[in-house]
Ligand binder design. Structure first.
Ligand SMILES: N[C@@H](CCC(=O)N[C@@H](CS)C(=O)NCC(=O)O)C(=O)O
Length: 228
């Protein structure tokens, strides 16, 4: 298997956590794609994933699988012992629901803020983003507010449960974790008053799959190129 990604970026980090959880890293060849140079918007990459985003999994039969959830489901089920996406119909449904909320209300909202209300990944990439329109920055700022509301929601969830979809670490936790990681990079602080969310984050940060392997901030080289 090959994975086209960029170490340190939030969606690639989701899959690196999954690979570590499943002990699959030795079976994967990583191919680094230069997001800041917009390599993922060029025809060679768009053939692999027409959405022009990372990560993408390439199977040995040359099937390409994009979308972090789809990649996670594939990797989690390879050994017939899923641990991140649920075993029973009920578990699968709850994890799917919470994961989707984590994407919509947090991770994607942070991404929209980052790409539309800030210089994002720089000039080469901006031409591929939504066209200039009045209110674009205002819309981006509302996405930041949406992300903070999402954090508040997950703080409330985590006051009642150990993990985002119940009592077991799952794909939904990985998505929330990536959302907070992206929030750090985009300069959106997690309010201190969200104590359950912050405590959960500290706990998840200590998991071996997260602590040792994911990379929890944008890699330094990319940060330098972005002028941070
Ligand atoms: N829905 C996609 C989102 C992937 C995504 O947005 N990846 C980011 C990297 S963290 C990306 O490639 N961004 C480049 C861009 O937006 O141009 C998934 O779940 O994998």
């Amino acid at each position: 298997m090959k994975i086209f990604d960029r170490p340190g970026f939030p969606n690639p980090a989701r899959i690196r956590i999954v690979l570590a959880e499943k002990g699959l890293e030795p079976q994967v060849e990583f191919v680094s794609v230069d997001l800041i140079a917009a390599e993922h918007k060029q025809p060679a990459f768009l053939e692999k994933n027409p959405s022009g985003v990372l990560p993408v999994l390439q199977l040995d039969d040359s099937t390409y699988i994009a979308e972090s959830t789809a990649i996670t489901e594939y990797l989690d089920n390879l050994d017939g012992e899923p641990k991140l996406t649920g075993k029973t119909p009920r578990e699968k449904a709850v994890i799917h629901m919470m994961q989707k909320r984590a994407e919509t209300e947090l991770l994607d909202a942070v991404g929209n803020y980052f790409h539309h209300a800030t210089p994002g990944l720089g000039a080469d990439l901006q031409v591929f983003k939504s066209p200039e329109w009045v209110g674009r920055q205002e819309w981006g700022n509302r996405q930041r507010d949406k992300a903070i509301a999402g954090m508040k929601y997950f703080d409330a969830v985590l006051r009642g449960h150990s993990f985002v979809a119940g009592d077991v670490f799952s794909m939904a936790d990985i998505t929330v974790f990536a959302g907070l990681m992206f929030a750090d990079a985009a300069g959106i602080a997690v309010p201190e008053s969200y104590t359950a969310l912050n405590a959960w984050r500290a706990k998840v940060s200590e998991l071996p799959s997260v602590k040792n392997r994911s990379g929890q901030t944008f890699v330094t080289e990319d940060l330098r190129r972005l002028g941070f």
